[in-house]
Design a protein around this ligand. Structure first.
Ligand code: SF4
Length: 370
């Protein structure tokens, strides 16, 4: 089997004795490995029992299933609200989330088996809801080509959200997939000040690099979306920053923008506030006033942001579009089980140029890429 004795990068891998206590006890644990290409990072390779995670109907998310090939994320966003989920593994939500990556090495094979079941209804599947599918580790494991091909071949619509520029490697494949099934691609870009972006999201590519992916996707007719999230109070919420951000997004060829304010739930909150105290101590009292009793910014703040951004969306011609315009290039799925995905997928149009947190708040799973 592909994952048995796997040596992804040949002899440069070093198996470690320092397996996580909790994971090492699992019968699905394969090995813990380090490699010089990922200095300071430890990969914990496990066998997944399932690849597809069902999204509760009550969540109101515009997709039905998710796939997360890894847990933990090398993009290291200080505000990432998937951080808390690392604690379920006996890891901490800070440095461990950034450097201890759990990898489901058999995810493509398990997915193919699940998609082949007669009971599979070809409902929309989302990638990028808990960790980034195109984080740098994807270059080592190369899961995404197999995942995209399997979903397309089975007639399953897919959505993906990423900050990773490795996305560009798979754009031709995604373009081909869009000829078979609806494909939605989104990139999260919130900070258009490189110094601030490298401080808040130290493992991510620059905004310019991510915009280049948007342009490349648009040139292939994939109608990409930009998630302008999270907008950081008093750091990136000025009219000037938003105007500049939207001008760059529009120029890159994005079809849509979804924006949202910072969301700080336990796990992310401690990590972000620590960063804020070090880099912008003058803002700590203000953030405490916004987030001390809640994970979301108060409605007054969000209303002010909405009032500031609405005319800018209009100015840059990124305002709300109708349902027909939100569909990617490519033909619709053939009638049959795949048609059951349509009503839910259509609800995604409600996100366009709209604020996201209220929707995310109702989700039991974690849309994290903002
Ligand atoms: S917000 Fe997204 S890209 Fe950033 S660390 Fe979390 S999962 Fe990774």
């Amino acid at each position: 089997m592909r994952w048995a004795g796997q040596a992804v990068n040949g002899s440069t891998d070093t198996e470690s004795e320092n397996a996580l206590p909790g994971l090492a006890r699992l019968d699905t644990f394969v090995r813990t490995v380090r490699t010089p290409d990922f200095d300071g990072v430890t990969f914990h390779e496990v066998l997944a029992k399932s690849a597809l995670n069902k999204v509760p109907k009550s969540s109101s998310m515009p997709f039905d299933w998710t796939i997360n090939p890894m847990r933990g994320c090398l993009h290291r966003c200080t505000y990432c609200f998937a951080r808390g989920t690392h604690e379920y593994l006996g890891l901490d939500s800070g440095d461990d989330f950034d450097r201890q990556i759990v990898v489901k090495v058999n995810v493509v094979d398990v997915l193919a088996a699940e998609l082949g079941r007669p009971s599979w209804r070809r409902e929309r599947v989302a990638l990028g809801t808990n960790t980034d599918p195109y984080q740098r580790a994807e270059g080592r494991y190369r899961f995404m080509p197999g995942i995209i091909a399997a979903l397309a071949a089975s007639g399953t619509p897919l959505s993906l959200l990423t900050k990773g520029t490795l996305l560009r490697r798979d754009l031709p494949l995604l373009s081909e997939a869009a000829q078979q099934v609806p494909v939605d691609i989104a990139t999260s870009i919130a900070i258009f000040d490189d110094e601030l972006q490298q401080s808040v999201e130290p493992g991510t590519p620059t905004a310019s690099a991510r915009l280049a992916s948007i342009t490349a996707a648009a040139e292939l007719g994939l109608r990409p979306t930009v998630f302008l999230m999270p907008v950081l109070p008093r750091l990136t919420d000025s009219r000037e920053h938003l105007d500049y951000a939207l001008s760059r997004i529009a120029a890159a060829g994005a079809s849509r923008v979804v924006y949202g304010t910072l969301h700080l739930r336990p796990g992310a909150r401690e990590w972000f506030m620590q960063w804020l105290g070090q880099r912008h101590p003058e803002l700590v009292p203000y953030y405490r006033s916004l987030y001390s009793r809640r994970s979301y910014a108060p409605v007054e703040y969000r209303s002010e942001l909405a009032a500031r951004i609405a005319p800018l969306l209009k100015k840059h011609r990124l305002s709300k579009q109708d349902a027909a315009q939100t569909r990617p290039a490519g033909r619709r799925p053939s009638p049959g089980p795949a048609a059951s995905a349509t009503p839910r997928a259509a609800r995604s149009t409600g996100l366009i140029a709209a604020e996201m947190p209220a929707l995310a708040a109702r989700a039991i799973m974690q849309p994290t890429l903002f």
